[in-house]
Design a protein. Structure first.
Length: 325
């Protein structure tokens, strides 16, 4: 019976007239190209039609296909507006259907309660997310999405964690496309506040760069240049807006150019405090791979450790020293 698009609970609703002993060996059902007779219309009805969702040409509602044709599909109320003709979902008592099993929307709700809670209740901050998933036009899509192993693991982890759902909590979970999609869903439904993800990734990337510096002096200089010079000005510039790709790449290029210069000095056994203008010129002429390295090194001079300079000499990472007033 499954090969002709029927389940056991559907086959038990067939009439005797649907049984044709001369039409094959698979249950002798009245089938045409794998279709059984649909009780609502008396027309052939296959499993693909039974699970198809359409936009009703009469009322415009997105709902399961119940009648009409693929060119002119109809939902249940438009096919037969008689309420007594249809059964009801036992959970919500609103879905018009044949049978007493829960509708897809109620099955989505029950699965969410099991994954995000104890099967009955869920955390207060996750209720907007639950309501949004229940209100989607295609609950079958939500059901398929929640059936994926990675999604189930993420939702279960959120449900079992006693802490409130925050961006910081999601940052602790394994990073992949599933987590990014779930984060966007939680933000869109109001379960999470809006956060500039590109700016957050940039801050995390800069912290990783700082963590790789073993020399404390280099780390202090790089921290001042990346955090105080770039990030602070960037936050002021994008206040109330999302960070653009160009802004993100500009900061990364300047920081990488600075890291390359510090690595070059370390490879030649020269400390930043002892760096001279000839060291900078040699690096820019032979080993610099970033076009903006010159501007990055000039700005880096503001965060380099101070040292005594003769009057009129040139700083290693800046222009000529200004005469004292």
């Amino acid at each position: 019976m499954s090969q002709v698009g029927l389940r056991v609970r559907e086959a038990c609703k067939l009439d005797l007239a649907d049984i044709k002993w001369n039409l094959g060996s698979l249950g002798k059902l009245h089938v045409r190209h794998g279709c059984a007779t649909w009780r609502a219309t008396g027309e052939p009805w296959c499993r693909n039609c039974r699970v198809r969702h359409i936009r009703c040409t009469s009322c415009g509602t997105v709902a399961p296909l119940k009648g009409g044709t693929l060119a002119v599909p109809l939902c249940a109320p438009c096919l037969n507006p008689d309420p007594d003709f249809w059964d009801r979902c036992p959970a919500c008592e609103t879905t018009w259907q044949f049978g007493t099993e829960p509708c897809q929307r109620c099955r989505v709700d029950q699965k969410l309660r099991e994954l995000l809670g104890d099967g009955v209740t869920i955390a207060e901050e996750l209720k907007p997310f639950r309501r949004a998933l229940m209100a989607v036009e295609r609950p079958d899509h939500a059901s398929v999405w929640m059936a994926k192993p990675k999604v189930r693991a993420l939702l279960t982890a959120l449900g079992k964690d006693p802490r409130p759902v925050t961006h910081e909590l999601l940052d602790e979970l394994p990073k992949d496309k599933t987590l990014n999609y779930l984060r966007r869903l939680l933000r869109a439904t109001g379960a999470l506040p809006t956060r500039d993800q590109r700016l957050t990734k940039l801050e995390r990337w800069i912290n990783e760069k700082l963590a790789t510096r073993t020399d404390l002096e280099d780390r202090r200089v790089l921290h001042g240049y990346a955090i105080r010079h770039h990030l602070r000005r960037l936050r002021q510039r994008v206040r109330g807006h999302q960070l653009t790709v160009d802004q993100d790449q500009n900061v990364r290029i300047h920081v990488n150019a600075t890291v390359q210069f510090l690595d070059d000095l370390a490879g030649r056994g020269t400390r930043l405090v002892a760096c001279t203008q000839s060291d900078v010129d040699d690096f820019m002429a032979h080993r610099a791979t970033y076009p903006s390295a010159d501007g990055a090194l000039r700005a880096l001079g503001s965060y380099s450790p101070p040292r005594p300079q003769p009057h009129g000499s040139r700083h290693a990472l800046g222009g000529p020293e200004r005469p004292p007033r």
